[in-house]
Design a protein around this ligand. Structure first.
Ligand code: PHE
Length: 434
């Protein structure tokens, strides 16, 4: 058991690590294609309104719970009321299941970094991607390598592991993203790409788009898993939560926008569908990279970018689970990491095989990979977000004070927390289950 609770060594380290958690595959891969699906600029405006007015609230509440109760998610829910402990357990389950599919994608990223590094680039990426996944050993081994690498930092500890990893990877990530975005702006499709992103077409407005924007905002802020509770529990007393939340939202959104600025010019220059989805990153883009000036270097930098984004998010998921094992189940950090390694390592095998020999094995009509994604993104995460908003809005005034401070803005936020968010989220949860 850890005797004294570790603390962030500085406020900036906390901000960098939280940005590291928030900025992930969701920003670089999911945000551009969801924006593509829902009409570009009009989606962006809706998204900005939702993230700054609504999602800032559960984010602040989660951080405040951690800061106030100084514990892992299970301990926090249990301290508020033992009746709520189940939500802490859901958080633990979610933080174990998400890596089981997220890290499979991490394994693919490693594979792509390798082929571009050694310059062994296939002629046809759609064939290549299919054959990569029909081989059972390579993707699983890469998933395990990825898991080991991400787990190394929580295993070492907060200050020497998690902080150091984020402080190293995130600035590098920022520089590379900026360089790639500037590069994309030199391409012929840049103008069309920017127009798509920033010139709203109001006819594309739809109710479904609002739901998509909300879902994306919750996912990108890593809300509903207990990560922000865990990171908040390492905060010092003086930290102002609301200000930190807005800082985090600012940078997270900036990264998503830069990712769009990097991807849409490439997409429009080459006349592919901006809404191409999962295949965009692993099939369409690499195919295009080959034809671009300095294509191999660009491709290598792009996959390194994805790698940093996914590792720093992965670290935060693992840390949320480890903190439950250490605090609630009173395990040592090293033992907890080893247990987690076996749990995730074993469960991710069938998720990885979902793209190969287990492609036809379906539960509720979904492959295991999709099932894990669906269970966490559409059920467990919204459920835990609703729970914490209800609890903070209706049962714990002190958490509201910790989260929002004591201004007139705080009153407005408390009102939204109590009367609007839980009901909107319940609606979203039900729509997501259809
Ligand atoms: N926020 C991360 C992203 O945008 C994903 C994530 C989800 C990380 C849930 C942790 C927990 O990719």
């Amino acid at each position: 058991m850890e005797k004294t609770r570790p603390q962030w060594s500085s406020h900036i380290s906390f901000i960098i690590a939280s940005i590291g958690s928030a900025v992930g595959l969701g920003n670089i891969w999911r945000f551009p294609y969801i924006m593509g699906q829902y009409g570009g600029a009009i989606f962006l405006i809706t998204y900005l309104l939702i993230i700054t007015l609504i999602c800032v609230i559960p984010l602040s509440v989660e951080l405040a719970c951690g800061k106030y109760y100084k514990g892992d998610p299970i301990t926090i829910y249990n301290s508020i009321n033992p009746k709520f402990k189940i939500f802490g357990i859901f958080c633990l389950i979610t933080s174990i299941i998400i890596p089981c599919f997220y890290f499979v994608v991490g394994g693919w990223i490693l594979n792509y970094i390798w082929i571009f590094l050694i310059n062994n680039v296939p002629a046809d990426f759609s064939q290549y991607f299919a054959s990569l996944n029909s081989n059972p050993y390579i993707p699983i081994s890469l998933t395990i390598v990825y898991l080991l690498f991400s787990l190394l930092f929580p295993f070492i500890g907060l200050n020497k592991g998690i902080e150091k990893a984020n402080n190293f990877m995130m600035p590098l990530f920022g520089v590379m993203l900026l360089a790639l975005a500037i590069y994309a702006l030199t391409l012929t499709g840049a103008e069309e790409g920017l127009e798509f992103m920033f010139k709203p077409d109001f006819s594309k407005f739809s109710f479904e788009m609002i739901l998509a924007a909300l879902g994306q905002a919750l996912f990108t802020l890593s809300i509903g898993i207990g990560i922000m509770m865990t990171y908040g529990s390492y905060l010092k007393k003086e930290t102002k939560i609301l200000k930190s939340s807005y800082t985090l939202i600012f940078f997270d959104t900036l990264v998503a926008l830069l990712a769009g600025i990097m991807i849409f010019p490439i997409v429009f220059t080459n006349h592919i569908e901006p809404s191409a989805g999962a295949t965009l990153v692993f099939i369409s883009l690499p195919q295009i990279f080959k034809t671009l000036p300095m294509g191999n270097i660009v491709a290598f930098a792009f996959f390194m970018l994805l790698f940093f984004a996914a590792v720093t998010s992965g670290i935060s998921m693992l840390e949320a689970a480890i903190s439950c094992f250490c605090d609630y189940f009173k395990m040592g950090r090293k033992k907890a990491s080893i247990l987690l390694f076996f749990l995730i390592g074993i469960i991710s095998i069938p998720a990885s095989l979902s793209f190969g020999i287990l492609a036809d094995f379906k539960v509720f009509d979904k492959t295991l990979f999709d099932l894990f994604d669906y269970m966490t993104s559409n059920i467990l995460m919204p459920l835990c977000t609703i729970a914490i908003c209800f609890i903070a809005g209706w049962k714990t005034k002190h958490i509201q004070k910790e989260a929002f401070g004591e201004s007139s803005l705080a009153n407005v936020l408390s009102f939204i927390l109590k009367y609007i968010i839980p009901f909107v989220l319940i609606f979203v949860l039900i729509m997501g289950l259809r």
